[in-house]
Ligand binder design. Structure first.
Ligand code: PEP
Ligand code: MN
Length: 362
């Protein structure tokens, strides 16, 4: 049994996966892959062969022909290759052409039928599979995809965090929602977690910051798209890096250790952490007290027969707290998210008090 490319995650941090968004021509694949490999900084080559595009009439990939080019790139560089698969036929063709890692794309992870089809196609193989998060922020779908593959006997698994679709304006193409990836790391600590800054950012200028943030959150690797001529790329042209820019980004990453060996530093950190724990305890107690007051208000409202929500009062709270938050260096965005969470909980408490039957009260 040959060693799985997943083994590299035990040897190196971060593992770099790079290559074009899409395989377009034999020259483009070979030139991109051999140039990025020459730097010695890339560990795994990627290329999209079948492209799941959100809108029709955009480039949907070259299909099986591209697998031959990737095979040549692998021979020329000695690096393993990775390809996105979305159905039985993709799995069959990719494995036939010696692709080392298959990945399940974000638009496929959302669909349990497709994931099961891939899992069934993989039964009895020794394949290595990485699973991207689903397009929307549903951690159970991501977990379910992992379970379906594991259920088919696939044990060489990895996860890829590529951010989540959002409605409206944002600096990101896909909102990172880091806490979801961190929750997956908590659920599956043994499975390597790679960040895909290219699809999170959607544009080059954010790639370095997001890559660094992923490393600081102890991700195991990065998937960064690279193209020999990004401005003429047939897909994702704004986010692909030239081989030279890819190298610069990798060179500028600071790799920090997840654990501390220095005794002094470790003591200092543990003191600061206990300070944080104490403050968290106080905050939680205060929140509990706040809810009790909200419940008392609920009782008054119940007695007088008035509704839970008075919009004016809520606006007043947001305004006042945003001002106070600003003085404490807290962003308006954070204050609104924080207040909304508290408000939701308050409403639930009040609702419970107002609709409690007299038997329950006794
Ligand atoms: C890709 O990696 O090129 C791709 C299509 O990614 P995602 O599934 O994350 O959109
Ligand atoms: Mn892409």
């Amino acid at each position: 049994m040959k060693t799985s490319p997943i083994a590299i995650f035990k040897e190196k941090r971060p593992v770099i996966i790079s290559g074009p968004c899409s395989a377009e021509t034999e020259e483009q694949v070979l030139e991109t892959c051999t140039t990025i490999a020459k730097s010695g900084k890339v560990d795994i080559l990627r290329a999209g062969i079948w492209k799941p595009r959100t809108r029709p009439n955009s480039f949907e990939g070259v299909g099986v022909e591209g697998l031959q080019w990737l095979k040549k790139a692998k021979e020329a560089t000695g690096l393993p290759t990775a390809v996105e698969v979305a159905n039985f036929n993709h799995v069959f063709e990719a494995l036939k052409q010696g692709v080392d890692i298959l990945w399940v794309g974000a638009r496929t992870t959302v669909n349990p039928f497709s994931v099961q089809e891939i899992a069934d196609a993989l039964k009895g193989t020794d394949a290595t599979v990485m699973i991207k998060n689903p397009v929307h922020a549903d951690i159970e779908l991501w977990t379910g995809a992992l379970e379906r593959l594991h259920g088919a006997g696939i044990t060489k698994l990895g996860l890829i965090h590529r951010g989540f679709a959002q409605y409206g304006n944002s600096v990101y193409r896909n909102d990172p929602k880091w806490q979801l990836a961190i929750e997956m790391k908590r659920r599956f600590p043994e499975i390597p977690m790679v960040c895909d800054p290219s699809h999170i950012c959607g544009k080059r200028d954010l790639l370095h910051a997001v890559s660094q943030q992923a490393l600081d959150m102890d991700f195991d690797g990065l998937m960064l798209e690279s193209h020999i001529d990004p401005s003429n790329a047939l897909s994702d042209k704004d986010q692909q890096l030239t081989p030279k820019d890819l190298e610069t980004i990798i060179d500028n990453l600071v790799v920090r250790r997840p654990n501390i060996s220095d005794e002094d530093l470790s003591q200092k950190l543990s003191m600061l952490r206990s300070q944080i724990d104490l403050i968290d305890d106080d905050l939680i107690k205060l929140l509990g007290e706040r809810m009790k007051v909200a419940e008392d208000i609920g009782l008054v409202k119940r007695e007088k027969g008035i509704t839970i929500l008075q919009t004016n009062r809520w606006e007043e709270i947001i305004e006042k707290a945003s001002e106070t938050g600003k003085l404490q260096g807290l962003s308006k965005n954070f204050m609104i998210r924080y207040l909304n969470a508290i408000h939701q909980e308050s409403i639930e408490h009040q609702n419970e008090v107002m609709n409690r039957t007299s038997i329950e009260e006794e």
